[in-house]
Design a protein around this ligand. Structure first.
Ligand code: PLP
Length: 357
């Protein structure tokens, strides 16, 4: 083993992508490391992973494997749009706030139209408003809607909400894309099947996240409307997203899907989020900002409390609406979560004491 200092390896909850590779994905990667196979996706691992997705989603979808979520989202949206089109998204969405303009770049300029969201969720009303407010030639033509399941704020669209959004999309002639960087967490949260939460709810294209679910790397792009996938492999290649040793992107999916780890991992992460929320629920001066529906807990507290928590070595981000975000993953450890909640309690208590003195 190549050693790194233990203090640099302590579990943190700043993001679910701080975690390592789960055993099922690693086992599949090691298995794929035997022998030689054809490169660029023309290999038995990639075929088997694609079939595993078709089986899981109970439909004959087109499946592609790319390195990360930004590429998956951007290329999927680009495949839905001409350059003069627009994509309606939530003002909190990753495509809008965290992809460095990649959706616009890969679509040669299709404009993202950020709609006001409620708790990070797009509403049918906001979509209808965005899609209908201008129809003249001077304005980009609305062509697609993208929503994130589970959302950047840790919320989950119910099947009813998805159905209502899909109905607006159909009525307005819009394609529906789902950013499923945390699709598994949403599935675990709703207890529904992947099919119900995607194509049966009107989703045309899904980006299914592997990285935050326990893989080293990789997202799958699933086209339920196969016609939309025309030439997608060229888009991937041009964007630098065609892995020559594709089996190492695809084999982990075989491990994740065939073993059920994708769902177990998400269930564990969601359970940890709920447990953490309970641990910190009664701490004075600390509020939970959003209902905990997936694997995120957003915490509101004073800058003093956050500063003290950071001084104790905890890492977390405040980029979404000021609240501190704690994300739980497939390997989140109860003892370490308790240590965080204890530290939060002590920091909050010390801050309250300093105010009352
Ligand atoms: C993490 C994440 C992605 C993917 O991000 P990459 O860093 O490009 O892999 C996409 N959407 C959401 C909502 C995410 O949280």
């Amino acid at each position: 083993m190549i050693e790194i200092a233990e203090k640099d390896l302590l579990q943190q909850y700043a993001s679910d992508n701080y975690s390592g590779i789960c055993p099922e994905a690693l086992y599949a990667m090691e298995s794929a490391n035997r022998g030689h196979v054809t490169s660029y996706g023309d290999d038995p691992w990639t075929a088997r992973a694609s079939d595993a997705f078709r089986h899981l989603f109970e439909t004959d979808c087109e499946v592609f494997f790319v390195f990360n979520g930004t590429a998956a989202n951007s290329l999927a949206l680009a495949s839905l749009c001409q350059s003069y089109h627009s994509v309606i998204c939530s003002d909190r969405s990753h495509v809008e706030t965290d992809e460095c303009g990649a959706p616009e770049f890969f679509s040669n300029g299709s404009k993202l139209m950020a709609a006001p969201s409620q708790n990070g969720k797009l509403t049918p009303e906001a979509i209808r408003e965005m899609a209908t407010k201008r129809r003249d030639i001077h304005y980009p033509k609305a062509r697609a809607v993208t929503l994130t399941q589970s959302t950047e704020t840790g919320r989950v669209y119910t099947l009813k909400e998805l159905g209502e959004i899909a109905a607006v999309c159909r009525a307005q002639g819009l394609k529906l894309h789902m950013d499923g960087a945390r699709f598994a967490n949403a599935c675990a949260s709703l207890g529904c099947s992947p099919a119900e939460m995607s194509w049966k709810s009107g989703v045309d294209v899904l980006c299914f996240g592997g990285t935050k679910n326990g893989m080293a790397i990789g997202e799958a792009v699933l086209f339920f409307d196969r016609a939309l996938a025309a030439d997608f492999e060229y888009r991937c290649k041009q964007a630098g997203q065609l892995a020559s040793k594709m089996r190492f992107l695809s084999a982990p999916w075989v491990g994740m899907l065939e073993s059920g780890a994708w769902l177990r991992n998400a269930e564990h992460a969601n359970r940890c989020a709920r447990q953490f929320a309970l641990l910190i629920d009664a701490i004075p001066g600390v509020e939970i900002a959003h209902p905990v529906e997936a694997n995120a807990v957003f915490v509101e507290a004073s800058e003093e409390i956050f500063g003290a928590l950071r001084a104790r070595g905890w890492k977390f981000y405040n980029f979404i609406g000021g609240a501190a975000r704690f994300m739980f993953a497939w390997d989140s450890d109860r003892k370490r979560m308790e240590a965080l909640s204890r530290d939060l309690f002590e920091c909050a208590t010390a801050a309250a004491d300093s105010i009352s003195r």
